[in-house]
Design a binder for this molecule. Structure first.
Ligand SMILES: Cc1cc2nc3c(=O)[nH]c(=O)nc-3n(C[C@H](O)[C@H](O)[C@H](O)COP(=O)(O)OP(=O)(O)OC[C@H]3O[C@@H](n4cnc5c(N)ncnc54)[C@H](O)[C@@H]3O)c2cc1C
Length: 297
């Protein structure tokens, strides 16, 4: 599969190992001494290898490990195997009913072909600052389980995302499970984003959770993508007790715009991203609030 020449759209030569158990995967990563990469859906890693921005000596393909593709509702949280595809998240009835923010986000990732292959574990391990799923993990206060030569450990969302394309996973660790806490009773949640073309990465996206007592906000949470090196949580504690309506969501949008400090890049100037952060925050909170009450959906 490797190419020896300097062709710009072919990867540098690499070894390929297809494993059938976690133990085998951990062993293969350890044996490569930090020069191996896990291959999941390949939707981020393979383009990077083709551009030679990534040159792992070994690819450890984990797609043959049984049991890593389950979606399970457990007491207090949703458990996702690392190999759950974005399309499976988008189609799952329990996700739609109980974790609408995840349903929305999964539907917004790329195009159908990417959603059919890309995995939740790959998205979180890749940690693209414009990706949807890291913000979902952040807004829900979730965690991931990582397995390595030193055993398994649980990493909270707040400790996982370090900076652009960088997590606190060690090179010899495999992300095996994602845990997303259940929403507070009566809460609604939503993900909205703005992209220049359908299927593009978002310029800015917002994940929101809102709980109300019918008329007033009892809890509001927000995480933004596209405005920093990692998902950015915005403190909305000041919304507690405010009327659950348009004026409050507009004020929260202004708060979010003031709280972020985006960089300018080839896609958008910083001032535009800041403005967009406010608009996306307002829309996500309004949509989450409209879903609050009754069932979480
Ligand atoms: C045209 C295009 C548009 C896209 N648009 C979007 C978008 O709008 N939003 C979005 O979020 N993504 C988008 N993507 C990326 C896509 O969602 C990827 O599926 C996702 O980012 C990575 O998942 P993967 O399973 O394909 O991971 P891979 O490409 O296989 O791996 C990505 C990285 O994660 C590591 N990794 C994978 N699984 C594990 C694991 N279990 N444990 C440890 N490390 C692991 C790999 O070693 C690699 O470093 C797009 C991709 C393309 C090609």
């Amino acid at each position: 599969m490797g190419a020896a020449g300097g062709d710009a759209v072919k990867p540098a030569p690499f070894d390929y190992v297809a494993v059938t158990s976690l133990a085998e995967a951990v062993q293969a990563l350890a044996a490569a001494g930090g020069d191996a990469k896990v291959l999941a859906g390949g939707q981020s890693l393979v383009p990077l290898m083709n551009l030679r921005l990534a040159r792992p000596a070994v690819l450890v393909d984990i797609n043959g490990i049984p049991g890593l593709d389950g979606i399970a509702v457990r007491p207090g949280h949703l458990a996702l195997g690392a190999l759950v595809r974005h399309a499976d998240l988008a189609a799952d009835a329990a996700v739609t009913a109980g974790w609408p923010v995840l349903h929305d986000a999964a539907n917004l990732i790329g195009h159908p072909a990417i959603r059919n292959r890309g995995t939740v574990g790959g998205s979180l391990a890749h940690a693209d600052p414009a990706a949807e799923l890291p913000a979902v993990l952040a807004v829900l206060g979730g965690s991931v389980v990582a397995e390595g030569p030193r055993g398994a450990r649980e990493i909270a969302a707040a400790d996982l995302f370090v900076t652009y394309l960088t997590t606190s996973l060690e090179p010899d660790e495999i992300l095996t499970e994602v845990r997303l806490p259940s929403l507070p009773p009566g809460a609604g949640s939503a993900f909205v984003e703005f992209a220049r073309r359908h299927g593009d990465f978002a310029l800015v996206g917002a994940a929101a959770v809102v709980a109300t007592d019918g008329g007033r906000v009892t809890e509001a949470r927000l995480a933004l993508v596209g405005v920093g090196a990692t998902p950015v949580r915005v403190d909305l504690g000041s919304l507690r007790g405010e009327p659950a309506g348009g004026g409050t969501w507009a004020a929260a949008g202004r708060l979010a715009a003031a709280a972020v400090d985006p960089d300018s890049d080839i896609h958008a100037p910083a001032a535009y991203r800041r403005e967009l952060a406010g608009v996306m925050a307002e829309r996500a909170l309004a949509r989450a609030a409209a879903r609050a009450g009754g069932s979480a959906g």
